[in-house]
Design a protein around this ligand. Structure first.
Ligand SMILES: *[C@@H]1O[C@H](CO)[C@@H](O)[C@H](O)[C@H]1NC(C)=O
Ligand SMILES: *[C@@H]1O[C@H](CO)[C@@H](O)[C@H](O)[C@H]1NC(C)=O
Ligand SMILES: *[C@@H]1O[C@H](CO)[C@@H](O)[C@H](O)[C@H]1NC(C)=O
Ligand SMILES: *[C@@H]1O[C@H](CO)[C@@H](O)[C@H](O)[C@H]1NC(C)=O
Ligand SMILES: *[C@@H]1O[C@H](CO)[C@@H](O)[C@H](O)[C@H]1NC(C)=O
Length: 240
């Protein structure tokens, strides 16, 4: 009997121990960040959230955060910033341009506010090329105050919405518009001039003229041939 009580007593203690341990967090990788949730919580971001979703860029960000060690920086314009654009600007963009616009607000590298101080301009965005007719952005800083220029628009970082060492989300007071959308593309490179062929007596300066002149000379040959044939026939006739 005594043994049974002892057994039950220890069994009881053991149960309490298990119960006490039960709430310990399950090991494993942390769940992926929900960018939508972070932006919803910040407020004033609903236009950007809608564009992120409609352009499929949300999936891009999620998978990039999961697969790259460089992290991501996002500049998120407020709803007011979208409203302050010239009327009809957003609607004038094609679907492709809307996707590029969102990519233009995303850097494929994590930057803390102080890391911007040593960033070298122009910075590369997810939208691609940094040439003067593409998607460059320049950053200027005074302490932890950060301004952005795209060549079309100036903006300031007004708030830090989220930051860890992988993802930084900053609120900006203007929609960043890329040069690519407003600057005419570089004139198509002039067709390389065809160097005149150094044919004796030929001063033709293009293939077309060469063709034309050879057609002309062929005609001249035929014509001369015809004339010759005519005189030959005439001569034959008269000699009869
Ligand atoms: C992220 O959060 C949003 C809104 O809070 C929710 O609708 C969505 O299902 C969440 N996505 C994931 C993958 O959990
Ligand atoms: C994250 O990446 C790992 C492998 O790199 C993959 O197994 C996992 O499914 C990915 N998770 C998400 C949410 O993409
Ligand atoms: C950012 O721009 C504002 C005006 O647009 C200016 O007052 C401020 O000094 C600038 N800050 C930096 C860091 O360039
Ligand atoms: C950005 O910075 C680069 C390098 O300093 C400069 O050549 C370029 O003109 C700048 N562009 C703008 C729009 O400020
Ligand atoms: C942006 O700011 C620079 C000086 O910081 C100024 O020269 C330029 O005109 C501004 N551009 C726009 C579009 O406001």
């Amino acid at each position: 009997m005594k043994h049974i009580f002892l057994f039950l007593f220890f069994f009881f203690l053991k149960c309490i121990g298990i119960l006490a341990q039960a709430p310990a967090p399950a090991p494993g990788p942390p769940p992926p960040l929900n960018v939508t949730k972070i932006l919803e919580k910040a407020g004033q971001c609903s236009t950007f959230i809608r564009l992120l979703q409609n352009t499929q860029q949300l999936n891009e960000i999620t998978s990039q955060l999961n697969n790259s060690n460089n992290g991501i920086t996002m500049f998120v314009p407020t709803d007011n910033a979208f409203l302050n654009m010239k009327a009809g600007t957003l609607n004038s963009f094609t679907d492709q341009q809307k996707a590029e616009l969102i990519q233009f607000h995303i850097l494929p590298t994590y930057y803390s506010l102080t890391q911007f101080q040593t960033a070298s301009n122009p910075l590369r965005t997810q939208a691609g090329g940094t040439s003067n007719r593409e998607f460059p952005i320049n950053i200027t800083t005074i302490g932890s105050s950060v301004n952005i220029t795209t060549g079309i628009v100036n903006a300031s970082v007004s708030n830090t919405i989220y930051t860890d060492n992988q993802l930084a989300i900053y609120q900006v007071d203007n929609v960043l518009l890329p040069l690519k959308f407003f600057v005419p593309p570089a004139p198509a490179p002039a067709p390389t001039p065809i160097t005149p062929k150094k044919k004796a007596g030929s001063s033709g300066s293009s293939a077309k003229q060469d063709d034309a002149s050879s057609a002309t000379s062929l005609f001249q040959e035929m014509y001369k041939g015809g004339v010759f044939l005519f005189f030959f026939s005439a001569a034959s006739f008269w000699s009869l």
